[in-house]
Design a protein. Structure first.
Length: 363
């Protein structure tokens, strides 16, 4: 039988500093520095500030699972790209909150299977992008730092990197999807990339026609973008590590939570009325012997401007049926035009609990 979960409202979080364990070398974060326009250093609890070239950098350590690893270098930048699913349990242990780190763009801009998603109702695992830049001597009119020894990468044979992008620890395993890693580097907020493929975005938004799967992502980013892309409070911006100073494979602790991000843009017209979104989630099984219930933590990361937070609390309802959590999300009934949140589902030694956490203002 289903029962409504207990509710608690939490507005404050604690944090502690993270000190990365880097060798004395030319760190990529000291070469590729946030410019304060497209890229902003993300000053959140658990990061530390350093400076290079007269600019501030926020260094963070994040652990989690690689969900995508590019097999070759992207020659245009040049850079290597990865997608990381952060480990929420590890982040809790060092005082970092997913509500502070992740944004709407980490849901709408970095999702898997964009062809299966409506741009107005997106559900997926929120991911952090890792952009590992290399040194192109032609573009930079000079040789790379003397301690950047790796070159000859597929796609960028003349580009030098501070370490091998696919085997960052020479004696360690090769990186691939599913690898659990420790990443230390520059934590930034990146522009939402909402102005790409203008015609493709228009076709998706007005007719639902996608000439390319990437156009759906661009259209979702365009829908959520508010004001200039350079505005640090634009909800469509996403968080990334740009660049990493270290990537170290670690033993996989296995996920202890199920995490999903939701981004809803209420869109009614004469042909369609926005319907509530229904999710059914369970913690990773099997149920431990000590577990007596399920905990759901709802991290609200965005909602309609100039609306009191209590409305966001009313946007979703959670019930539990044995090990299954049912979440009904209806922003329209709460008077919201937009709503985005991250749901964490884990086992609880006590009874079922539902907690709502409000994202702090970072700028």
């Amino acid at each position: 039988m289903s029962s409504v979960l207990g509710f608690a409202l939490i507005l404050g979080l604690t944090a502690q500093s993270v000190t990365p364990n880097s060798e004395l070398r030319t760190l990529p974060s000291s070469v590729f520095v946030p410019n304060g326009e497209k890229l902003y250093p993300l000053a959140v609890p658990g990061t530390r500030e350093v400076h290079a070239g007269g600019r501030a950098i926020r260094i963070a350590e994040i652990r989690g699972w690689l969900r995508a690893v590019d097999p070759t270098c992207y020659a245009k930048d040049p850079a290597w790209y990865y997608l990381l699913e952060p480990d929420p349990s590890w982040m809790d242990s060092v005082g970092m909150s997913l509500a502070d780190i992740l944004t709407v763009g980490n849901i709408t801009g970095l999702i898997d299977r964009p062809d299966e998603q409506s741009i107005y109702e997106i559900v997926g695992v929120p991911l952090i992008r890792i952009e590992f830049g290399g040194w192109d001597p032609r573009a930079r009119n000079g040789p790379p730092p003397r301690d950047w020894h790796y070159h000859g990468a597929p796609g960028c044979p003349d580009v030098s990197f501070s370490f091998d992008p696919l085997r960052p620890v020479p004696s360690g395993p090769r990186l691939g999807p599913g690898s659990y890693v420790r990443v230390v580097g520059s934590l930034v907020s990146d522009a939402p990339h909402a102005t790409k493929a203008t015609v493709g975005v228009w076709l998706v938004r007005h007719f639902g026609i996608a000439l390319d799967s990437e156009h759906r992502i661009d259209a979702a980013q365009n829908t959520w973008s508010e004001g200039a892309e350079e505005n640090p409070t634009n909800p469509a911006r996403w968080t990334e590590i740009h660049p990493p100073d270290e990537i170290e494979p670690l033993p996989d602790p296995k996920p202890s939570e199920t995490v999903r991000g939701v981004a809803i843009w209420v869109r009614n017209n004469i042909f369609r009325k926005a319907e509530p979104l229904a999710l059914a989630l369970s913690p990773p099984g099997p149920r431990p012997t000590w577990a007596r219930g399920v905990r759901v933590t709802e991290l609200v990361i965005s909602m309609s401007p100039n609306v009191v937070f209590a409305r966001a609390v009313r946007a979703s309802r959670v019930t539990v049926d044995h090990d299954l959590i049912r979440i009904r999300i209806d922003p329209q009934s709460a008077g919201l035009a937009t709503f985005a949140a991250i749901y964490r589902v884990s086992w609880n030694p006590g009874g079922p609990v539902w907690t709502v956490v409000k994202r702090r203002a970072l700028y």
